[in-house]
Design a protein around this ligand. Structure first.
Ligand SMILES: CC(C)(COP(=O)(O)OP(=O)(O)OC[C@H]1O[C@@H](n2cnc3c(N)ncnc32)[C@H](O)[C@@H]1OP(=O)(O)O)[C@@H](O)C(=O)NCCC(=O)NCCS
Length: 209
């Protein structure tokens, strides 16, 4: 290995291992993505534990304590290198009103799955797109993901609309793959490949961030 290759390898190891110590704060035009804090628990409870937000996702905690335990769990899983959870903080606020999550589907995150939930007061405001672009960039550029999957219940109009809008491709239907309220729901499998994202970015260019 030549000297440049050694430096490049050392640099990428440093960046890759860095997020396991602490997530960086990422600034977009409308929101900052940052590590969740225990003090976000009341806001996350108010924003995410509502019928309309929780309808098509795994049931969120129903108490402040429950969200504090969830936040502590996100830190442990991040330190273990399994999972990343960004809090979504709109400009001018200091508590999180939603989350973007990325979990590895195989060791090393080459294939990974992302998911998101935002308080309904912020739906349709551009907050989703701003946070989504930074999360996807982070997965491909920092974490080293190659294929980013997402699953959305077929009946989840906004979830599927959001994934289509961000440029994900629909690969198929996962029949009766998600148990919610005692009923198995079909889910749409959406994917983004790193090469597709980079190509799209070169076209969108200035619109990213
Ligand atoms: C998913 C979520 C983060 C998206 O954020 P959002 O602010 O609602 O998303 P946006 O408004 O930017 O984009 C949604 C798109 O879906 C479209 N849409 C809304 N209802 C739709 C429906 N029934 N069918 C198809 N598309 C629909 C919207 O028109 C919008 O597209 P547009 O901006 O081109 O008009 C948010 O709705 C949410 O937190 N939902 C609850 C949690 C959840 O379901 N998470 C997703 C799990 S996959």
């Amino acid at each position: 290995m030549d000297v440049q290759a050694v430096i490049t390898a050392a640099h990428s190891v440093a960046i890759e291992s860095d997020w396991r110590q602490a997530l960086p704060a990422l600034s977009g035009t409308l929101v900052t993505l940052r590590e969740l804090r225990l003090s976000d628990a009341p806001s996350l409870l108010a924003m995410l534990a509502t019928e309309e937000v929780a309808r098509f996702i795994s049931p969120p905690p129903t108490t402040v304590d429950g969200f504090e335990r969830f936040i502590a769990w996100t830190h442990r899983e991040r330190r273990a290198g399994n999972y990343i959870c960004f809090g979504v903080v709109p400009q001018g606020m200091d508590t999180a009103i939603g989350i973007f999550q990325v979990r590895q589907l195989e060791p090393g995150f080459a294939t990974a799955e992302w998911g998101f939930a935002i308080g309904s007061a912020f739906w349709g405001t551009g907050v989703f797109m701003d946070g989504a672009k930074m999360t996807i960039d982070f997965a491909f550029d920092v974490v080293g993901t190659h294929r980013l999957e997402a699953r959305a219940a077929v009946a989840n109009g906004r979830g599927n609309g959001a994934l289509r809008k961000v440029g994900a491709l629909q690969e198929g239907i996962l029949r009766k793959s998600f148990l919610r309220n005692g009923e198995y729901l079909d889910q749409t499998l959406w994917t983004i490949l790193d090469e597709d994202w980079r190509r799209a970015k070169s076209v969108w260019g200035p619109r990213i961030h």
